[in-house]
Design a protein around this ligand. Structure first.
Ligand code: GTP
Ligand code: MG
Length: 380
């Protein structure tokens, strides 16, 4: 790597000098404010010192071989594989240089904007940020992109970076257990803040169980907070010819379960409250039973604010939440918050809902679906 120091009165001018001398592929390795001139520390002028580098052709061209090109390996897992052993041994300095450049860029980016990445990577970062992905996850994706950018000189192009970005996000999501193999539990509880679509989603789930699986379903509502809440669920229960039990406390809840013993599946609705107040979570814990026959879903709307969701999730994490459900995907174009919530909670999402129609507007969630939501419709 060719590395050079530039000193200029402003960052803007320093960047111009870097571009003129090292070209558009140059990366900024480090920058700092320096004092120049003056007498005995007085009248010194502030300037910007920038250390920039450009990679003339770091990977020696080799004959194609199994280890020759990282992009030519087809699988997503292989695409971010470390440099092949032969290459490490043959040119250990290249690996450490790459690590050094990454560390410097990370360090610099912690204090500055993304203008330092080569243009296609900067575009990828902009898109991740625009989607609302948290900085910590953006950094993880960018680290992988950077690694690939330096490892695969021949494969660099905006289209390739778009594909790498999708792969990197999918890889981040891959540890989450989206595919559920266990049998459906008898009791389904939906929890979550006010108005996120708990009752509507519960009706969608119950409707599908009846229409697609021919199950006999029943409902319990623990939402006695709003007068209209019971009527809302009763309307759905009537359409499905399903019994509905109302419970005000733990005794009612046990009784309701006994009354619905003959149902295959029981869907339990709860009141949306301001769960930034942990007291409401305690109330739920006292009223409901979270046993091995129960699957508990935390519902949040894709339109919500990430910080608020985090607070709510932290309070709910005292309860045994199994999976998440994300609603109102049709009301936003930003899906990064979903990625953040899944990765923070280490929980998979069971469903995404995308409209008010019961039971149609709901799809099973998957990592691929989420990646498609984030980038699928866009052209890079
Ligand atoms: N656009 C859109 N609207 C939805 C979706 N899911 C639910 N809604 C609407 O959101 C509003 C609130 O839905 P509810 O199911 O009553 O929400 P809730 O969480 O039960 O509300 P509370 O019980 O009051 O906390 C209703 O107008 C629903 O039709 C969705 O996926 N997309
Ligand atoms: Mg409700």
């Amino acid at each position: 790597m060719k590395v050079k120091k530039f000193v200029a009165p402003s960052m803007n001018e320093a960047m111009k000098m870097v571009r003129a001398e090292l070209g558009r592929d140059a990366v900024i390795l480090h920058s700092k404010v320096v004092q120049t001139g003056g007498f005995f520390g007085l009248f010194a002028k502030k300037k910007i010192e920038v250390l920039a580098g450009v990679d003339p052709d770091p990977l020696p061209r080799r004959q194609p071989s199994a280890a020759a090109s990282l992009t030519r390996q087809p699988s997503a897992a292989a695409s971010f594989a470390p440099l092949p052993a032969a290459e490490r041994e043959g040119d250990g300095s290249l690996v450490s240089e790459l690590e050094e450049v990454k560390a410097l860029i990370r360090q610099f980016n912690a204090r500055s904007s993304s203008l330092l990445y080569p243009p296609p990577l900067a575009e990828a970062e902009r898109r991740l940020v625009r989607q609302g992905m948290a900085e910590v996850y953006v950094r993880q994706v960018m680290d992988r992109l950077l690694e690939r950018w330096y490892a695969d000189k021949d494969g660099r192009s905006p289209a390739a970076v778009a594909a790498w970005t999708k792969e990197a996000v999918r890889d981040l999501l891959s540890p989450l257990p989206f595919v559920k193999t266990a049998e459906q539990k008898k009791y389904t509880i939906l929890l979550g803040p006010t108005g996120v679509g708990k009752t509507t989603t519960l009706a969608k789930m119950a409707g599908r169980a009846v229409l697609e699986q021919g199950k006999k379903v029943g409902f319990i509502t623990a939402d006695t907070y709003r007068i209209a809440a019971i009527d809302q669920l009763k309307t759905y229960a009537d359409i499905l010819h399903a019994p509905l039990e109302v419970c005000y406390n733990a005794d009612d809840f046990r009784m309701a379960k006994r009354n619905l013993a003959g149902c295959d599946l029981v869907f339990i609705d709860t009141a949306g409250r301001n769960f930034r107040n942990p007291q409401y979570v305690d109330e739920l814990q006292q009223t409901l039973e979270f046993d091995s026959e129960t699957e508990t879903f935390l519902v949040f709307a894709a339109t919500g604010k990430y910080d608020d969701m985090k607070t709510v999730y932290n309070h709910f994490s005292r309860l045994p939440i199994d999976r998440l459900i994300v609603t109102k995907l049709d009301e936003t174009d930003s899906f990064g918050t979903i990625v953040n919530m899944l990765l923070d909670s280490r929980l998979a999402a069971a469903y995404f809902t995308n409209g008010q129609n019961v039971p149609d507007d709901m799809v099973e969630a998957s990592a691929d679906r989420l990646v498609h939501l984030l980038f699928g419709a866009e052209r890079w």
